[in-house]
Design a protein around this ligand. Structure first.
Ligand code: ISJ
Length: 180
């Protein structure tokens, strides 16, 4: 298991998610990132010269490894679990874990298995019939030094997947705090 995977998987899987309304996100610099409803990859790519994705792990997990809430959001199917790091100019910016139900990997969406290092968001948001809902936010740091994470459900041709993203310290989400 990669170091990033070992470090961040337990954090994001143990996160306590709260509705967007529980946080005062409007008019904050991090809020604009956390509330992004279109592709996060596209937004990140605007903040660097080279935006890249590295797959840390991709495996099929049985539905008994899903939490109650995950089942409520995406159903009872076994899932493809994809974990990646999104890099901006070689700096690790986001750790992401996506659960794609096997039932979603049907028809035109069978190609999601073969994404490799191309960003999931480019594929999903290139499809007309895609949207994001069920957005929730967690702070995995402290009040003084927040480490933001978000979880949302993406729909592609009416088929769901669940994406959890942890914004790492070097990401532009903290640009103001980093003094950039
Ligand atoms: C869901 C998006 O795709 C991003 C890319 C991912 C990947 O390639 O696995 C995972 C999560 C996202 O941060 C997006 O761009 O909004």
């Amino acid at each position: 298991m990669s170091e990033f995977n070992q470090l961040y998987s337990p954090l994001i899987q143990g996160a306590k998610w709260y509705s967007v309304q529980s946080w005062a996100l409007e008019q904050t610099s991090h809020g604009a990132w956390l509330l992004e409803s279109e592709s996060l990859s596209r937004r990140l790519a605007q903040y660097c010269q080279h935006f890249t994705v590295t797959v840390l792990a991709q495996t099929i997990i049985s539905n008994d490894h899903l939490s109650m809430m995950e089942r409520e959001l995406i159903g009872d199917s076994d899932c493809l679990e994809r974990k990646v790091i999104l890099y901006g100019d070689q700096q690790p910016w986001v750790f992401a874990r996506t659960l794609i139900p096997m039932t979603t990997l049907s028809g035109k969406e069978q190609d999601l298995v073969d994404l490799g290092n191309s960003p999931l968001g480019y594929r999903v948001f290139n499809t007309k019939n895609s949207r994001r809902d069920a957005l929730e936010v967690a702070n995995l740091g402290t009040q003084q030094r927040p480490r933001w994470a978000r979880r949302s459900r993406l729909w592609i041709n009416d088929k769901p997947m669940l994406v959890a993203e942890l914004f790492l310290t070097q990401s532009p989400v903290y640009a103001k705090e980093n003094g950039c």
